[in-house]
Design a protein around this ligand. Structure first.
Ligand SMILES: Cc1cc2nc3c(=O)[nH]c(=O)nc-3n(C[C@H](O)[C@H](O)[C@H](O)COP(=O)(O)OP(=O)(O)OC[C@H]3O[C@@H](n4cnc5c(N)ncnc54)[C@H](O)[C@@H]3O)c2cc1C
Length: 391
């Protein structure tokens, strides 16, 4: 059992870390103040990142990506956590692994342009009446001759104003329950497809979250991603890795950055002629944050290593999702407490980290849903936890 990173892994992490510190950190405050990332800045960070080979690192090399292993992806994603989501999207891309299910003509039309940064994609599963219960969607695709006709709507779709196309869940066989749901690649601009208003959020400034509306949108078979009726299964089988990366690893990265800033403050800020970090109650908060971050990172790495060994550690992805996002929430809360009034004041970024952290316990499956997955698995006799003694 060797947790020492290779020279190449350390180099990769250092390259990404330096890029984020030099190119992205200076933009964070500007995006927060303006609520938008300027087009020129977005283009510049995209070009610089591509030139360094840092764009679409999770996509296999044959499709134009970086071909990283699951563990390497987590190392990089942890670094991504050190900056705002919108800057990560523009600089490093957001190629959802469900697109790796593209076949034939779909590869050149959707997957490769996405890996090259020529097109961007969003995932559109959630509906006003179907959030946690993803199988309860009402969006419907009906076959008419050689066409599909799509009707319905989605909401909360991240980056929807910017995206060129959407991976959409739709019911294709109402009698088949969750086995009657399929995935479609739906391009912006199709007749009958409307992008709705930006639904303003508590945090995540700079990105959009939109409603989508489909009114008799005509699709062909080439728009069907994966097999008919296998949409939910396909989505769940690939979204786990995305969840581990974009929620698990990024939460660990965010918590690490916040703890670093909190430690600086605890060393520098003096009250009662002492540094804050000399008070035992502050020390307890610092120590608890370090303990939880350490545990979350180890669970993340262990789960990523299992994926690289060909195991599908679905319950453990749920476990890491809850553990890492809730760790982030507690670390951010303690940071506000240790910064005192300045933690609540917009002059410092701590209040932003606190706001941004809150969504990690909700999207990509809320904590309660993932706890249900873990508990069900336990009840069926699985250990759910890492079991080195399993035969
Ligand atoms: C900022 C943001 C970005 C998002 N981006 C996207 C996106 O890009 N694409 C997309 O498709 N969706 C996206 N979503 C939607 C997101 O995934 C959902 O909000 C999330 O899955 C929860 O669904 P809901 O909001 O409908 O909450 P609900 O399902 O109404 O749940 C509300 C509460 O009830 C609890 N609950 C529900 N069912 C159970 C149960 N069986 N047992 C115990 N507790 C339960 C939940 O855990 C939660 O705490 C985004 C949401 C936000 C806020």
């Amino acid at each position: 059992m060797d947790l020492e990173l290779s020279h190449e892994q350390k180099l990769l992490v250092t390259t990404v870390r330096n890029f984020i510190a030099n190119e992205l950190h200076p933009l964070e405050g500007i995006v927060e103040a303006n609520g938008v990332l300027a087009r020129d800045d977005a283009q510049r960070i995209f070009e610089k990142s591509r030139a360094l080979g840092l764009y679409a690192m999770n996509v296999p090399e044959e499709f134009g990506g970086g071909g990283l292993s699951a563990l390497d992806t987590m190392l990089v994603e942890e670094q991504f956590g050190h900056t705002s989501d919108i800057l990560v999207r523009r600089a490093f891309g957001n190629v959802y692994e469900v697109l790796l299910s593209c076949r034939g003509a779909q590869i050149d039309r959707w997957l490769k342009p996405c890996a090259a940064g020529e097109r961007t994609c969003s995932i559109a599963f959630t509906e006003p009446e179907a959030g946690s219960d993803a199988a309860a969607i009402r969006t419907r695709a009906v076959r008419k001759g050689d066409r599909w006709v799509l009707n319905g709507g989605k909401h909360f779709i991240s980056d929807g104003l910017f995206s060129d196309f959407f991976v959409v869940t739709a019911v294709t066989d109402p009698a088949a329950g969750h086995r009657g749901i399929s995935l479609f690649l739906v391009d912006k601009g199709l007749t009958g497809f409307t992008i709705g208003r930006d639904q303003k959020m508590m945090g995540l400034r700079g990105t959009s979250h939109v409603g989508l509306s489909f009114s008799d949108v005509e699709l062909e078979d080439v728009h069907l991603l994966g097999s008919e009726g296998e949409g939910l299964k396909l989505a769940l089988s690939v979204l786990g890795r995305v969840r581990l990366a974009q929620v698990g690893a990024r939460s660990v990265g965010k918590a690490t950055r916040i703890l670093g800033l909190t430690l600086d403050h605890a060393r520098e800020r003096r009250q009662f002629s002492k540094a804050l970090g000399e008070f035992q109650m502050v020390q307890q908060m610092l120590a608890d944050s370090a303990i939880e971050i350490n545990a979350a990172r180890l669970a993340l790495w262990q789960t990523a290593m299992e994926i690289d060994r060909g195991i599908d550690p679905r319950e453990r992805i749920s476990l890491v999702k809850v553990q890492a996002s809730e760790t982030l929430g507690r670390v951010a809360d303690r940071a506000v407490q240790i910064f005192g009034g300045m933690g609540y004041c917009k002059d410092l970024p701590i209040e932003r980290y606190f706001r941004d952290a809150r969504i990690y316990r909700i999207f990509d499956g809320a904590s309660e849903i993932h706890r249900t997955v873990i508990a069900r698995s336990l009840m069926k006799g699985s250990t759910a936890t890492f079991d080195p003694y399993a035969q």
